[in-house]
Write a protein of this length. Structure first.
Length: 95
């Protein structure tokens, strides 16, 4: 499963994975400090962020990412199937 997600991410263009607004929000969060700022920067911005807490947050974010990617892959396949079916029905209607 991990390799499927990894190949999907590597195949997609980086601009499609995050928007400019998302990047802007990350910058704003990192300026404020706190746990989320620590996740977006390379140094701890909150003294309450322990290694265990960081690993737990990372695991949860990884699970959300994997679930979202799986749903996106499924939706993309469903759209392709619907497109094929619509094309078939249009051809059938013309004959």
């Amino acid at each position: 499963f991990y390799r499927i997600i990894q190949s999907y991410i590597l195949r997609e263009e980086s601009g499609t994975l995050s928007s400019e607004a998302s990047d802007f929000n990350k910058v704003n969060l990192s300026k404020r400090g706190g746990i989320m700022a620590s996740l977006y920067t390379s140094h701890p911005a909150d003294s309450g962020l322990t290694l265990d807490l960081s690993l737990e947050i990372n695991r949860k974010l990884q699970a959300v990412l994997e679930d979202t990617l799986l749903k996106n892959i499924t939706l993309k396949e469903n759209l392709q199937t619907l497109g094929t079916e619509i094309e078939r029905l249009i051809k059938q209607q013309r004959t």
